[in-house]
Design a protein around this ligand. Structure first.
Ligand SMILES: Nc1ncnc2c1ncn2[C@@H]1O[C@H](COP(=O)(O)OP(=O)(O)OP(=O)(O)O)[C@@H](O)[C@H]1O
Length: 926
């Protein structure tokens, strides 16, 4: 079988073509026999292995090569019926082999119909709700179809160029796809002909048929021929008559192999729950990870924002187990990379949304942890189904807030899910609240993630349908905010949205919101959709499902000067934007620092229709929970309608994206930072940490407090002063002793009559570092010489090795004319003086002066890392050596300096050192 994500069969070479023709002839014979065998097949008979079924040679070979021989229950029941052409609604526990239950009939039925090659057109369409699942199905198809089938099969899930897919689609016989993307092709790709479609398969059918995908699926069905075979599979199957009618099923066979089973979940799965109040959830999760470092763990959270926050914060704390995270707004390549990594990992923890809840077959997952309660029992079943697959063992644990316990347990019981309560061992439980608090304090980005995490969780609670499980007023949201490390619950409001609508939006394409720039946009996650499907559909459909016209685009463009909403919320309202009044969870009116302000520009004649669904959703994520303070209704629903607002936040063109990349524009978008107040120990604090006036007054009279403060501070200063003085005294004494020692040594040397080997102060071996320091001190005393010492011995000058009588004679001249009144008599003097000059503003002149000669640019020359330490030392040595070689011209230099001729000095130094002048300058600047 020729397969490819976007390409169909490659052009066969001649011998291959001949081989294929011969093969087709053989197949014709094979097909006839198979047709007879299938006609005689009793689908209700008992089958145990694939060998019992009338399958083609290529399929049999493919199954064998993949080591599939025994049929699973669902395969034994569904495959024979499907081979005979029945419509099927198949339901079986997670991990029970449903994929092969539809892939084998697809290959076989198309094979018998000889629906192969470009002329045959598309024979089968397999739709999956998520890209990851589509890829997985495609891989299984490839595995079992690779032994001799000639079908051209393709994967169409978006993320690739549309044109590439369009070209390949025209040649495909089997396509595995996601709803949004295939709909886009159905409406846009002229060469994509589905008139010959024989089989339609919906994997995770209940998900595909629910409201989230309703519009897409209905639209797809309109393109497909009514005369086709339809197979629906899921672990939690729909029986809704309305759905069946939508699909125009013909006398469907309902196969539910585990209907009579005592549980809806695999027997090998051990399921438990722990009661952990919302504010303790992350503590419990952390403690759990600490005790399960050697496991492969899949952790479900309710939204992408939850996932990001938990991932980022846990990563900082280094839990000792590799962490991964996956949610629907990540780029496709990242998603694939992560699924691949997690599949291959032996020990790892993947934080994920429901985007991986269904169908994914990660090998050997030890634990499924549901930190956030699933929206319903079906979602629970799919989530836990990621472990204990195909007769392997696995464990699942569900975290429940006390308020969720009764409701959720009742739901699970109805669905025959056996689950037992366990308690967390107190001694194993640790708290990370303080760590999170300090991390959020230090890292505003993490805090921002925390705020979004909070808002998105609150929103996910708000949109839950099942109020017996999710009782909004019973969650400790303030405690939850604090457990995330936030200083208080962010001020947010609910926009009215029913859960199904939210789901629908979830599956809306990401493109429309993508320019907003952040990958973490948008999912609430009680649904598995998360915009996982059909990235390109934005170009085809508008929000209301119709075709998006150029007028829609024009209209959207007119709002492009408005920021993505979460950026907009970080920017204060300065230019007359509308501002929504939002109430605080705790009833206080919001203040200026509220990150969750919703601000919008309202364009003249603005219209809701142009606003992207993702934006709406994000707005709800961030601006969700408005507790009606007046009525005391925590998390109560309040609708705030802002006319025209929906149109305002759309940014969805490349032009806009480019604009946002311009530095100038970005500057405008930058937040203004938050004001910090520093305490006495120099630690920064947020302004809101300051006490308010009432608390201040409660502590007593202001004047009394002031006096007390002054006294306390005075005392502190006095004590600190004593310490400082003692330290200074000690330092001075040390230096004095050093100086005396040096003098003694020199006196001895003089007495011995040598005088030739003494080196300058600081010692040659100390290199130029000392030299410069000496020069900066403006004295040829050692670098240690502090002011006091200098005062004691202001004119003291040591005799240098090249000092001679002639030089001594010049002293008076130098004293008169020397720069700064210092004598310049020796080479060292000169050297020191030159360096001193370099250390002053003069340095900059030199740099400017020589810049045309080709020195490094100023900024670079002054950059701290332009030269390495050793490079600098080497340069300084060179400089020193060069100066010494030119000792003969000391007189000239000294005179030059004495006359204050800076220009000449520059010239001289450059003549000696060339570009090293600049390097010296750089060295000085350090
Ligand atoms: N006949 C078989 N023999 C051996 N292994 C099988 C057989 N059929 C399926 N499997 C294996 O069982 C695992 C689960 O199969 P599959 O992913 O098809 O389950 P599923 O029922 O679709 O699960 P879910 O409901 O989670 O989507 C896979 O690893 C697959 O390779």
């Amino acid at each position: 079988m020729a397969t490819g994500t976007v390409t169909g069969r490659t052009r066969p070479t001649k011998p291959k073509k001949q081989q294929r023709t011969q093969k087709r002839k053989r197949d014709d014979v094979d097909v006839e026999q198979l047709e007879q065998a299938v006609a005689q097949l009793d689908p209700k008979a008992t089958f145990t292995s694939f060998a019992d079924l009338p399958l083609s040679a290529p399929t049999t070979a493919g199954l064998k090569a993949a080591h599939f021989s025994t049929l699973t229950d669902i395969q034994a029941k569904a495959v024979p019926l499907a081979l005979k052409g029945s419509d099927i609604l198949g339901a079986a526990k997670t991990g029970s082999g449903k994929t092969l239950a539809f892939l084998v009939p697809v290959l076989e039925n198309l094979y018998r119909a000889q629906c192969v090659g470009g002329d045959a057109g598309l024979g089968a369409m397999i739709i999956s709700p998520t890209r990851e699942l589509a890829i997985q199905i495609f891989e299984v198809l490839r595995t079992i179809g690779r032994k001799g089938h000639l079908f051209a099969a393709g994967l169409v899930i978006g993320g690739k160029g549309l044109q590439e897919e369009q070209d390949a689609l025209a040649r495909m016989n089997i396509v595995v796809c996601t709803p949004g993307r295939i709909l886009q092709h159905l409406s846009q790709t002229a060469a994509f002909n589905v008139d010959n479609l024989r089989m339609l398969v919906l994997d995770e059918a209940d998900r595909i048929l629910d409201m989230g995908f309703k519009r897409d699926v209905d639209a797809i069905l309109e393109y497909l021929p009514a005369d086709r075979q339809t197979l629906l599979f899921s672990a939690t199957q729909t029986k809704r008559v309305s759905d069946l009618a939508r699909l125009s099923l013909r006398d469907p066979e309902y196969i539910s192999v585990h209907e009579a089973a005592s549980s809806a979940t695999p027997k090998t799965l051990q399921q438990n729950y722990v009661i952990t109040p919302l504010p303790d959830k992350l503590d419990t999760l952390w403690s759990f990870l600490q005790t399960s470092k050697k496991s492969k763990i899949l952790v479900f959270l309710s939204s992408g924002k939850q996932v990001r926050f938990v991932y980022e914060s846990f990563r900082h704390m280094q839990p000792g187990i590799p962490l991964l995270h996956l949610h629907g707004r990540q780029k496709q390549t990242a998603r694939l990379d992560i699924t691949d990594k997690f599949s291959r990992a032996k020990q790892s923890c993947l934080f994920a949304t429901d985007v991986v809840a269904r169908g994914l077959d990660f090998p050997a997952v030890d634990w499924v942890v549901q930190v956030d309660c699933p929206e319903d029992a079906d979602t629970y079943i799919h989530r836990v189904g990621r472990t204990a697959r195909y007769e392997r063992e696995g464990r699942a644990v569900l975290f429940l807030d006390p308020s969720e316990e009764a409701g959720m347990l009742a739901r699970l019981e109805q669905k025959r899910v056996p689950i037992e309560r366990i308690n967390v061992r107190a001694k194993k439980q640790s708290s990370i609240k303080n760590q999170l608090q300090s991390m959020c304090f230090q890292d505003p980005q993490l805090k921002y993630l925390g705020q979004k995490c909070f808002a998105s969780y609150a929103r996910s609670l708000h949109v839950q349908k099942d109020r017996e499980v999710f009782k909004l007023d019973q969650y400790d949201l303030e405690g939850f905010a604090s457990s995330l490390g936030l200083p208080g619950a962010p001020r947010i409001k609910f926009l009215k949205a029913d859960a199904e609508e939210v789901k629908r939006r979830k599956n809306a394409p990401r493109e429309a919101a993508a320019v907003a720039g952040e990958e973490d946009e948008g999912e609430s996650g009680s649904d598995g959709g998360e915009g996982e499907d059909g990235a390109e559909v934005a170009k085809v459909k508008s929000k209301n499902g119709g075709v998006r016209t150029k007028y829609d685009r024009m209209f959207e463009r007119q709002n492009q000067d408005v920021l993505a909403d979460h950026y907009a919320k970080m920017i204060r309202n300065e230019d007359g934007e509308d501002k929504v009044d939002i109430n605080r969870l705790d009833g206080e009116q919001e203040g200026d620092d509220d990150l969750f302000d919703v601000k919008r520009r309202i364009p003249a004649g603005g219209d809701d229709s142009a606003r992207s669904t993702d934006e709406e959703e994000d707005e709800e994520d961030e601006a969700a929970v408005t507790a009606n303070a007046a009525s005391g209704e925590v998390g109560g629903v309040k609708t705030i309608h802002i006319p025209g607002a929906k149109a305002a936040l759309l940014i969805d063109s490349k032009r806009r994206e480019k604009m946002l990349k311009s530095k100038k524009k970005l500057l405008k978008l930058k937040g203004k930072g938050s004001k910090l107040v520093y305490d006495d120990d120099g630690n920064p604090h947020q302004v809101y940490e300051l006490e308010d006036e009432e608390t201040f007054r409660a502590r007593g009279e202001a004047e009394v407090q002031r006096r007390k403060f002054v006294e306390e501070e005075g005392e502190r200063v006095r004590v600190a002063d004593l310490g400082d003085k003692a330290l200074a005294k000690e330092k001075k004494r040390g230096k004095r002793e050093k100086r005396k020692e040096r003098e003694r040594a020199e006196a001895e040397a003089d007495a011995e009559g040598s005088g030739a080997e003494a080196v300058g102060d600081g010692g040659e071996e100390d290199g130029l570092a000392n030299f410069i320091a000496d020069a900066q001190a403006g004295s040829d005393e050692g670098s240690e010489a502090d002011e006091e010492v200098a005062e004691e011995q202001p004119q003291k000058r040591q005799k240098k090795w090249f000092e001679n009588d002639k030089a001594r004679e010049r002293t008076s001249r130098a004293e008169k004319g020397g720069v700064g009144g210092r004598e310049i008599e020796t080479f060292d003097d000169l050297e020191a003086e030159a360096a001193r000059l370099f250390c002053s503003a003069f340095v900059f002149e030199v740099v400017e002066f020589w810049e045309p000669v080709g020195p490094p640019p100023l900024t670079e020359a002054y950059g701290p890392s332009y030269f390495s330490e050793s490079e600098q030392d080497k340069m300084c040595d060179n400089m020193r050596r060069t100066l010494h070689q030119h000792e003969s011209s000391v007189d000239h230099w000294r005179d030059t300096i004495a006359q204050g001729n800076d220009g000449a000095l520059k010239g001289m130094l450059f003549a000696i050192c060339g570009s090293k002048v600049l390097k010296l300058v750089k060295y000085e600047g350090r």
